[in-house]
Design a protein around this ligand. Structure first.
Ligand SMILES: [Ca+2]
Ligand SMILES: [Ca+2]
Ligand SMILES: [Ca+2]
Length: 125
């Protein structure tokens, strides 16, 4: 009887240990999505407040005058969001027709398994 109680106690202890090990991991579980970033101008921080505020310009014709904004090409990227609602909000935004031509312009999808990982890896290039 004592032995059974001891085993039961050890089993309980293991369950408690296991739960305490799992809970923190669940609390900060993240969702990775495959994110489509639209083309956008590269911004630089001109006033040193840490917030980029001005398009980066380059001189493309060699006249010494900056004339062209540098843009970051549209691209796909893995993006990890925490599960505080940011993921759903993000995916919702990406399911909308931003220019009203009836087609979904931008699209993100959740990376949940090897297939979606491979698909996203292919898109990221
Ligand atoms: Ca700034
Ligand atoms: Ca120029
Ligand atoms: Ca559209």
């Amino acid at each position: 009887m004592n032995r059974i109680q001891t085993i039961a106690a050890i089993a309980m202890f293991a369950v408690v240990l296991g739960m305490s090990a799992i809970s923190p991991a669940m609390a900060k579980a993240d969702t990775t999505i495959c994110h489509y970033a639209e083309e956008e101008p590269v911004l630089i921080d001109t006033d040193g407040d840490g917030v980029p505020d001005t398009p980066l310009l380059i001189d493309t014709n060699g006249d010494g005058v900056l004339d062209t904004a540098v843009v970051e090409e549209a691209h796909w990227a893995f993006l990890t969001l925490n599960n505080n609602g940011a993921t759903n909000g993000h995916l919702k935004n990406h399911g909308e027709d931003t220019d009203g031509d009836g087609e979904i312009d931008i699209a993100d999808f959740k990376v949940v398994d090897q297939d979606t990982t491979d698909t996203c890896t292919g898109l990221v290039g």
